[in-house]
Design a protein around this ligand. Structure first.
Ligand SMILES: NC(=O)C1=CN([C@@H]2O[C@H](COP(=O)(O)OP(=O)(O)OC[C@H]3O[C@@H](n4cnc5c(N)ncnc54)[C@H](O)[C@@H]3O)[C@@H](O)[C@H]2O)[C@@H](O)CC1
Ligand SMILES: Nc1ncnc2c1ncn2[C@@H]1O[C@H](COP(=O)(O)OP(=O)(O)O)[C@@H](O)[C@H]1O
Ligand SMILES: [K+]
Length: 502
C-alpha cells in the first residue's frame, strides 16, 4: 500500500468525489459505516459510547457514526467542540442526528464525566489538523486522556500531525485504537507515536484505485500485494546447485548461538548449500546443531580472523556474534574490497563499520545492511526524532547505494532510489535475543537464490515477521524465542511463493 501525505490524502478525497461523481457526504457515510461496523464488532451491547466531535469532516464522521450506532441500539451521547465555523458535511450530519440522541456543546468549565466503562470516540480532528492543539480543544483532549474510558480515534488521534514531527509538549489524544480509512498514515509507523495511536487498523472506503495508483509516493507498506511475483516457486528439476551456496561468517567464543540461529534460518530460507565460517571453538556446536551445513576450517580459533576464498559462494552474510576484534575488522575490510557476490551485513559487522566509517565507502553496490536503531546511529549520527531518522536513512541509502533494513516494530527498508518500505508483520514477542540473527540468515539465503536486493529485503522482512506471528499464535508472545521464528519460516515463505501453472 502507498502511504500518502496529508495533502495527498485530501487531494485523493477530492478527486474521488469529482471522478466518481459521488457526494462528499456519501464518502463520509462510507467512512462512518465502516467505522461503526468495526466498533460494533468489538463492543458489548449496552456499553455507553461518548462521541467527541470537532467542527470539520472528522467531526462529521463522528456525527454519522453516532446516528448509525443509535440505529444499531447502542447507547450514544454526542459532545460538540464549540467552533466559529462547521464544515458543510458536519452540518448535514448534525441535522441527520435523531433528536433522541443526547447532543450537547462542550463547556470546558464542566466537562462530562467519563466512567471507566465508557467508550470514547475521538472525532475531534483528523487529517485536517493544521497546527498543534491549544485552548478549548487542548483542554478537552486532556480531559479525555485523564479519564479511564477506552478511547477509539477516528482516522487520526486528535492533535497528532499526519506526517510531520510533533512540537514538544503537544497535546494529543492517547487512543487505545486508531481506526483509519483507506490508506495508513506515516505517523502510525513511528515508535514515538505509539502512545497516541495505540493499535491501528485501516478500513477500505472505496477511494478511487486508479487515482491512488497514479499518486507518486516514496513511502510504502510491505504487504501481500507488494510481494506478488517476487519469490519464485521451486523448479521440479531443481537441485541443490540451483538454489545458491551461502557463506555465513558468524560466531565467536560465547556467541556461537548467533551463528546457529542464522544458519538454521538460512537453510529454512531455501538455500541450496550453506557453509559456515565459524571459529574453531564453534565447530562441534554448529556441526551438532546444524548438521545440514558445512563448517570451514582455519578461519580463526575463538573469533574470525581471516577471510576464506569466496569463489564458491553466491552470497555472503557476516556479523551475527562476530565480535569486534581487530583481525575480524581486517577480514571484514578484505571482504568489502574483494567481494563480487551479494553481501548482507549485520550486528558486529555494522559496529565495525561504525567504528571505522571509511569502510562505508567500500560497500559494494546493493549490499544489504540490517541495523537496529542504535546500530544505525553508529553508522550515521544520533537522530533528533523518528522523522529525522527516516531522513538519515534515505540519505544513507542514497549516499552508499545500499539497502538498509532498519529493524523495529515496523521494520523500514530504505533503498538507494529513496523509497522507504514499512513492514506490517511481526509482534513484540520477537523482541528477544537472536531474532535479528534469524533475519540475517534468511536474507542471505534469499540473495543466494538470486533474488534482487530489493526483493530479498521485502520478502525477507515480511516473511520473518509473519513467521514470528505464526509462532506467537502457537506459543504466545512471551513464549516466543528466536528459534521459533526459524521453525515457522517455511509456512511464512510458502504464502509468498509465486504460484506456478495457469
Ligand atoms: N471527503 C472527505 O474529505 C472525507 C473525509 N473524511 C474525514 O475527514 C477528516 C478530514 O476532515 P477535514 O479536512 O475537515 O479536517 P478535520 O476535521 O481533521 O479538521 C479541520 C477543522 O479543524 C480546524 N483545525 C485544524 N487544526 C486545528 C487546531 N489545531 N485547533 C483548532 N482547530 C483546528 C480547521 O479549521 C477545520 O475546521 C478525515 O480525517 C476523515 O476523518 C472521511 O469522512 C472520509 C471522506
Ligand atoms: N516489538 C516488535 N514488533 C515486531 N518486531 C520486532 C519487535 N521487536 C523486535 N522485532 C524484530 O526482531 C528483530 C530483532 O533484531 P535485533 O535487534 O537485531 O535482535 P538480535 O540482535 O538479538 O538478534 C528485528 O527483525 C525486529 O524487527
Ligand atoms: K480523530
Amino acid at each position: 500500500m502507498k502511504i500518502l501525505s496529508a495533502a495527498q490524502t485530501r487531494a485523493l478525497d477530492q478527486a474521488t468525489i469529482q471522478d466518481e461523481g459521488i457526494m462528499s457526504l456519501e464518502l463520509m457515510e462510507r467512512a462512518a459505516t465502516a467505522f461503526t461496523e468495526w466498533l460494533l464488532n468489538r463492543l458489548s451491547a449496552g456499553r455507553e459510547v461518548h462521541i467527541f466531535c470537532g467542527p470539520g469532516n472528522n467531526g462529521g464522521d463522528g456525527l454519522a457514526a453516532a446516528r448509525l450506532l443509535h440505529q444499531a441500539g447502542q447507547p450514544v451521547r454526542v459532545w460538540l467542540l464549540p467552533a466559529a465555523r462547521d464544515s458543510a458535511d458536519f452540518t448535514a450530519n448534525r441535522h441527520r442526528l435523531p433528536p433522541e440522541v443526547p447532543c450537547a456543546e462542550l463547556n470546558t468549565r464542566s466537562l462530562p464525566e467519563l466512567p471507566a466503562s465508557a467508550v470514547v470516540v475521538d472525532a475531534l480532528f483528523g487529517t485536517g489538523l493544521s497546527r498543534p492543539l491549544t485552548d478549548e480543544a487542548a483542554t478537552v483532549v486532556q480531559h479525555i486522556n485523564h479519564s479511564a474510558a477506552s478511547i477509539v480515534a477516528v482516522d487520526m488521534p486528535s492533535g497528532l500531525l499526519t506526517d510531520a514531527p510533533q512540537p514538544a509538549g503537544s497535546v494529543v489524544v492517547r487512543a487505545r485504537y486508531t481506526v483509519s480509512f483507506e490508506l495508513p498514515k506515516l505517523a502510525f509507523f513511528l515508535p514515538q507515536n505509539a502512545e497516541f495511536v495505540g493499535l491501528w487498523e485501516v478500513l477500505p472506503i472505496g477511494l478511487d484505485e486508479g487515482l491512488i495508483h497514479n499518486t507518486p509516493v516514496d513511502n510504502h507498506t510491505i504487504d501481500l500485494k507488494l510481494l506478488t511475483n517476487r519469490l519464485p516457486a521451486r523448479q521440479k528439476f531443481g537441485h541443490k546447485g540451483t538454489y545458491g551456496h551461502a557463506l555465513l561468517l558468524a560466531g565467536s567464543y560465547g556467541k556461537v548461538g548467533a551463528a546457529v540461529l542464522a544458519a538454521r534460518a538460512c537453510l529454512h530460507g531455501g538455500v541450496g548449500l550453506l557453509t559456515l565460517g565459524v571459529p574453531t571453538v564453534g565447530y562441534d556446536i554448529v556441526q551438532t546443531a546444524v548438521p545440514e551445513a558445512m563448517a570451514l576450517p582455519g578461519i580463526g580459533q575463538e573469533h574470525v580472523t581471516s577471510l576464506p576464498d569466496l569463489a564458491p559462494y553466491s552470497a555472503v552474510g557476516i556479523g551475527p556474534g562476530l565480535g569486534q576484534h581487530d583481525d575480524s575488522h581486517a577480514a571484514l575490510e578484505k571482504l568489502l574490497r574483494t567481494a563480487t557476490v551479494p553481501l548482507v551485513l549485520d550486528a558486529d559487522a555494522l559496529n565495525l563499520l561504525g567504528a571505522n566509517r571509511a569502510l562505508l565507502d567500500l560497500l559494494p553496490p546493493d549490499a544489504i545492511l540490517t541495523p537496529h536503531p542504535r546500530e544505525f546511529e553508529r553508522l550515521t549520527q544520533p537522530a533528533c526524532h523518528d522523522y529525522h531518522r527516516l531522513e538519515l536513512l534515505r540519505a544513507f541509502c542514497h549516499r552508499h547505494q545500499c539497502y538498509v533494513v532498519l529493524k523495529g516494530a515496523h521494520t523500514c527498508v530504505g533503498t538507494p532510489a529513496g523509497d522507504l518500505y514499512f513492514n506490517t508483520t511481526g509482534n513484540a514477542g520477537m523482541a528477544t535475543g537472536g531474532s535479528g540473527d534469524v533475519l540475517t540468515g534468511l536474507l542471505t539465503a534469499l540473495r543466494a537464490q538470486k533474488l534482487s536486493a530489493l526483493d530479498a529485503c521485502l520478502v525477507g522482512v515480511y516473511a520473518h515477521g509473519r513467521a514470528g506471528d505464526l509462532a506467537a499464535q502457537q506459543l504466545g508472545e512471551m513464549g516466543l524465542a528466536a528459534g521459533d521464528i526459524v521453525t515457522h519460516l517455511g509456512p511464512a515463505l510458502q504464502k509468498l511463493v509465486t504460484p506456478s501453472g495457469f
